[in-house]
Design a protein. Structure first.
Length: 139
């Protein structure tokens, strides 16, 4: 007995419906702009902080600021107003840049820090732990 395909279970229809659902959830194509402004749902101090961030970001781009880029900068300003960076953020960022720079410098000299560390660990694993000093340490 041959099966009659169910039109609601058609694989192409399911994929299309799933694709539409995913697009609606991710991109929100029917979302309307807030008439009160992009930062209207924030508190007053957060609105001021977001506006300051946005002015700073827009000043960097100058006259080359298309609407899609302004929308991205508005979202970043809103995120930073809601979750401002911590007091040690700049220090950790500087450490990251410093580590990248030292790795770049070592690679230019022909040294690879990760490879050297892996080789040293392998050597230590093969030879075993080095013996501790046998004499008594002075107190």
């Amino acid at each position: 007995m041959a099966r009659v395909p169910d039109p609601n279970r058609d694989p192409s229809r399911i994929r299309a419906d799933a694709r539409i659902g995913i697009l609606r959830a991710a991109g929100k194509p029917n979302a309307k702009r807030n008439p009160a402004g992009p930062f209207a749902d924030l508190t007053w101090p957060q609105q001021q902080a977001a506006q300051q961030w946005l002015v700073k970001f827009c000043a960097r781009w100058g006259s080359d600021l298309p609407p899609w880029r302004r929308a991205i900068l508005t979202g970043v300003a809103k995120r930073l107003a809601l979750h401002p960076p911590g007091p040690k953020f700049a220090r950790s960022l500087a450490r990251s840049y410093s580590g990248q720079q030292s790795a770049r410098r070592a690679r230019a000299l022909g040294r690879y820090a990760g490879l050297e560390a892996a080789q040293a660990a392998l050597k230590w694993k093969r030879e075993g732990r080095p013996p501790l000093p046998s004499k008594r340490l002075e107190i």
